[in-house]
Design a protein around this ligand. Structure first.
Ligand code: SAH
Length: 371
């Protein structure tokens, strides 16, 4: 806990170890803000909701979303909105507090399960937690952008003698050097985390992601809302994706532990399985398709028209290319949603198919239709 990457370093941004979509363009967060408003409207405009973000990084995404909420204040006027951030990194939570509240926060508020609270520059209450379980129950919109890829994975390899776990060992030949080894026999993890129908020979499993998705699905089933998960990942097809980044360059995962960002692609097929029964899922859909459906082209045109100088216009076009180009972030990043079952299928559809108006399509996964 004291020497981990996110507690010690957490180097996000241009001067750090990696860069994320919300840090590249404000449009990204704005379109996600529109997604929540669109779902809020489709679900009958409940009079209160919590926006819950897992791993908010520098707080940029929340900041962009809250700006959209402010711009659409007339739409949200009768709705009581609060923000709940789940963040383990003391350093990043400080950066988030400055970004979102100007630094005016109260640590360890006595009456709350949160470790910190404050008010956003736009007047919305914000709370910080270390665990999703500390977030109070209630109608919530969840967001996990580049969060699940940061959680630890188990690695497995199929051998002639059955599944073995890939473990980390100290190299007996070289001092201070770690190495990968295969477990000599089965381990509790090989017995518990590999799906019986698995066909790959090398598999990475993130049980912590599974547990969090189960919690999100239960919360959505019980209290309503929706979750949007965006990350680089695959649908149960990739094998060896575990890697490290330091100063924007690939970094050997076993060297200088705690100083590099360690990451593994998110297995969306696993997340879908973990949500099953409790919540419906949509996706994964490629980032460029999701953003296109959300109207990124129109938003870009408006920003280009409103920007006077060439440098800003070039920056807008460059960041659009980073987000949308299939060779850059457009194809490898995916969007995935958890929704209450009734959001996709009328509960009594089978009995009286004509009696209800059709359910509005879910934006992003279909074209955005805001009325
Ligand atoms: N969503 C942000 C940041 C992504 S980096 C963006 O896209 O820019 C991953 C974030 O998850 C960081 O804020 C990190 O501190 C946080 N994090 C990592 N492990 C966590 C855990 N177990 N619980 C809560 N937050 C965690």
């Amino acid at each position: 806990p004291p020497q981990g990457y996110y507690t010690r370093r957490g180097g996000l941004g241009e001067s750090g170890d990696f860069i994320t979509s919300p840090e590249i363009s404000q449009v990204f967060g704005e379109l996600i803000g529109i997604w929540y408003i669109s779902e809020w409207m489709a679900m009958g405009k409940p009079n209160t909701f919590q926006l819950v973000e897992l791993g908010p990084g520098r707080g940029t995404l929340t900041e962009d979303i809250l700006r959209v909420f402010k711009q659409l204040a007339s739409v949200l006027s009768k709705c009581d909105v609060s923000v709940h951030l789940v963040e383990v990194s003391p350093k990043l939570s400080e950066i988030q507090a400055v970004m979102l509240t100007g630094g005016k926060v109260q640590p360890n508020p006595e009456d709350e399960s949160a470790y910190m609270k404050g008010i956003s520059k736009t007047g919305i209450p914000i709370f910080w937690y270390r665990d999703i379980q500390d977030v109070p129950p209630g109608y919530s919109f969840y967001l996990a952008h580049e969060f699940f890829d940061a959680l630890p994975i188990h690695k497995f390899q199929r051998t002639e003698r059955g599944w073995r776990e890939v473990l980390v060992d100290i190299d007996p030949e070289v001092p201070d050097q770690l190495r990968f080894v295969l477990s000599p026999s089965r381990t509790p993890a090989t017995q518990n985390f590999i799906q019986p129908e698995e066909t790959r020979d090398h598999v990475e499993v993130c049980p912590e992601a599974g547990v969090i998705v189960q919690r999100l699905a239960s919360r959505i089933e019980k209290d309503g809302g929706a979750a949007l998960v965006a990350d680089y990942g695959h649908d149960g097809t990739k094998t060896d994706t575990f890697r490290g980044f330091r100063n924007h360059k690939l970094h050997d995962v076993l060297s200088a532990p705690g100083t590099a960002d360690l990451t593994a692609d998110v297995d969306f097929s696993y997340l879908r399985k973990m949500a099953q029964g409790r919540a419906a899922t949509l996706g994964p859909i490629k980032q460029r398709e999701f953003l296109k459906n959300m109207g990124i082209d129109l938003r870009l045109q408006v920003l280009l028209q409103n920007s006077g100088d060439t440098a800003t216009r070039e920056q807008l076009l460059h960041s659009y290319d980073m987000l949308m180009n299939p060779e850059k972030m457009g194809d490898c990043f995916n969007f995935f949603a958890l929704l209450p079952h009734h959001r996709l299928v009328h509960p009594d559809k089978k009995d009286k198919p004509q009696s209800k108006s059709p359910l509005p399509p879910v934006a992003g996964f279909n074209e955005l239709l805001l009325k």
